[in-house]
Write a new protein. Structure first.
Length: 244
């Protein structure tokens, strides 16, 4: 994985050259064959590190010039895990994604469950007691702080995804939010031998992306990350606090 330099320009402003067409709704998020101040991996990583005053790890899914999913997670939270500090599956993370079949650019918070019954050769990908998923389930209580945050964000246009990645999706808006008790049951009932997860995200259609500037899009992504940080803090072993 590419190591990002620490001499980059600020995340927003004239030094950033990110462009709307780098979000390609046919191929994914463009990251290859770009200058460093055009690459969203670098721009958002440095912005998050500046905001929270600590290093972040970049993860991705995809290949070649265009990637479909990218995430950033606090290195300190991963290091705090006694069983799982050597990989990022168990960590809450900020993410962006763009899949052709979904026709939506997504930006927000993601947690993964892994497998309850891991296929042969994938034992390290099975859920462990120190994963943030465990804290997410414990936090999903009626009248608890996470419920208040979820309801507020859903009113503001965010969406929830709950369940396995490769089966019929369960997405919820404010109109059909089932409540935290049922949401926890859905997450607990995800198929044991499938990879499962939770996403709290804001979605943008291609028409919205095309009418924005690159700087507008970067600022929107960072604004979404700020909005989901309170939920993220309720699931991690560390706490993110903005630098003053």
């Amino acid at each position: 994985m590419r190591t990002e330099s620490r001499t980059a320009p600020q995340a927003t402003g004239s030094a950033v050259r990110f462009r709307p067409e780098f979000l390609d709704f046919q191929r994914g998020i463009r990251v290859g064959n770009l200058e460093e101040n055009e690459r969203i991996t670098r721009i958002l990583k440095l912005a998050l590190e500046s905001r929270f005053g600590q290093p972040f790890v970049t993860e991705r899914w995809g290949r070649g010039v265009h990637w479909q999913w990218i995430s950033w997670l606090p290195r300190a939270n991963r290091a705090a895990k006694p069983l799982s500090s050597h990989y990022s599956f168990g960590c809450a993370k900020f993410f962006i994604s763009l899949h052709r079949e979904e026709e939506m650019f997504k930006c927000g918070l993601q947690l993964e469950r892994g497998y309850l019954k891991a296929p042969r050769g994938h034992k390290d990908w099975a859920l462990r007691p120190d994963w943030d998923w465990i804290r997410l389930l414990a936090a999903l209580k009626p009248s608890g702080p996470i419920e208040q945050h979820l309801k507020r964000l859903l009113r503001e246009g965010f969406w929830l995804y709950a369940g396995t990645w490769d089966e019929e999706s369960q997405c919820f808006s404010r109109r059909d939010f089932p409540g935290v008790t049922k949401l926890r049951r859905i997450l607990e009932g995800a198929t044991a031998n499938r990879w499962a997860g939770f996403q709290l995200f804001y979605g943008m259609r291609e028409s919205e992306v095309r009418t924005a500037t690159g700087v507008d899009l970067v600022e929107s992504m960072l604004a979404v990350f700020r909005e989901v940080t309170p939920v993220m803090n309720l699931t991690m072993q560390i706490r993110l606090e903005e630098e003053r």
